[in-house]
Design a protein around this ligand. Structure first.
Ligand SMILES: [Zn+2]
Length: 92
């Protein structure tokens, strides 16, 4: 299959790749670009958090540790969603 088929994130029905909203269940479809943006933002927050945690002390260090947690969550969450979409596209 050469055509890029996209499936709804909710009901898994095939939808046009440029569709913003599923024609079957009207779920708003996240764009792959958004997932990449989330991962990039997460990685940036993670790196920035590590720098803050290593280079500073006190409140700023706590802020850095918080950024590490948030950044890690964003990166892993975005990546998992991306992989999930790829798998849904290839399989079935
Ligand atoms: Zn749907």
């Amino acid at each position: 299959m050469s055509r890029d088929r996209v499936h709804c994130v909710d009901c898994r029905e095939p939808i046009p790749s440029d569709a913003q909203i599923c024609p079957h269940c009207e779920t708003v479809q996240p764009s792959p670009l958004l997932d990449v943006g989330v991962v990039v933002a997460g990685v940036f927050a993670f790196v920035f958090g590590v720098i803050l945690a290593l280079m500073t002390l006190g409140t700023t260090r706590m802020l850095g540790l918080g950024l590490i947690v948030v950044g890690f969550g964003l990166a892993v969450g975005g990546y998992t969603r991306y992989v999930d979409r790829q798998a849904g596209r290839r399989g079935r």
